[in-house]
Design a binder for this molecule. Sequence first.
Ligand code: NIG
Ligand code: FE
Length: 453
Amino acid sequence: MTAPLGGPASAPQAGAAPGDGPLLLVHASEVVTCAGPGRARRGAEMADAGVRTGAGVAMQDGRVVAVEPDEALRRRFPGAREVDCNGGVIAPGFVDSHTHAFFGAPRVAEHELRATGVPYLEIARRGGGIHSSVRDLRARSTDDLVARTLPRLARLAAGGVTTVEIKSGYGLSLDEELRSLEGIAAVAARVPVNVVATCLGAHEIPLEAREAPDGRERWLRTLAEELYPTVARRRLATFVDVFCEPGVFTVDESRRLLQAGARAGMRPKLHADELHDGGAAGLAAELGAASADHLAAIAPGGIRALAASDTVATLLPATMLFLGRRQAPARALVEAGCAVALATDLNPGTSPLQSFSLLLTLAVSELRLSAAEAWVAATVNGAAALGLAAETGQLAPGFRADVALHAVDDHRALPYWFGERLCAMAWAAGRPCHPWGASVPSAGATTPQPDPA
Ligand code: NIG
Ligand code: FE
């Protein structure tokens, strides 16, 4: 029986943050532990999501302290508060390791325009796409942008996401990129989920730079010599990312930028081989990037390079679905021995997706991963893509209490019931992050509405 279940029966806002005392999650049908070493799972290792039956989870002081049968937990923590999971599945919170969630307005019109046959990069060449989000962001106050971003994180958390990476990249000037990263820091300070910031100043060549003959070189220098050192000094981002794609940044430019970002103290990530193969996956491996993301157009040489490296192959199947393009060769990546992660790519142009469980559906139905591989990709491997594999992404003693409870009685049922909202509760470092209406007033309702067009 794998029908969706009712919600939890008790303690809707019980937390296990420091000072709260132990909290036991009991009466679960399964615990997806993903337990093992604090590193990515690669190749055949991805087939084991560490699913246990007959166990519950204890958390205390923001950490997981035990995964044991309910009675053992009760003996060990007498009198502890309990959440009745009502036969649901307990799992690590999802790690959304690739988003562009800090933006102003959605780009609703472009969706239809692409459907009439105008390609994504052609819309950008006409000054739309990323450029229209840049014009929009520059015209808004930081407070407005923060207020628009908070409910997006609430929607992600409502699907069981407890760690979110957010990239800048719609500012595209020194000041506007810094303002975006300051806005992302303001978001991070106001939400219960864990936020990791990435500097994506190299998302595009700004339109104004295209007008001057040396504009391109000047933008590269601004990024490498001014933006990256400032961002790193002010600790506004952990990672540096580049949109490496024929027609945007070349492999040589991307190498130069990522090396400058690394010298400043940020770890490289890369938008790699998204629409056309340009050898970007090989560059990510060469530089020891934390992840190479998209890979829909990756060539066999790129797969071999990633398999021989510690760079996580992050797949974003919602983007390819939304663009109507062929998906990344996920099976070939797994079979070559790569560590594959999954992320939403949440952005106003190519992936407005805010439901992580729908991503699991796409992973099984479109990428042909098994449910276990999809769970591993969404948790422990997402954590590895953010350099956090020793901290989160698994339910084992000592790991951060980033935990989600889903109202299904079999882990395969979450990708199966596609489009449903089945996450009943979630905790980030032991703090309730779903439902979170009370803890983040401006983030609005627990059944949030989409962004206004
Ligand atoms: O990952 N490829 C570049 N960046 C985003 C899209 C951003 C946008 O269109 O606004 C992506 O698909
Ligand atoms: Fe992206």
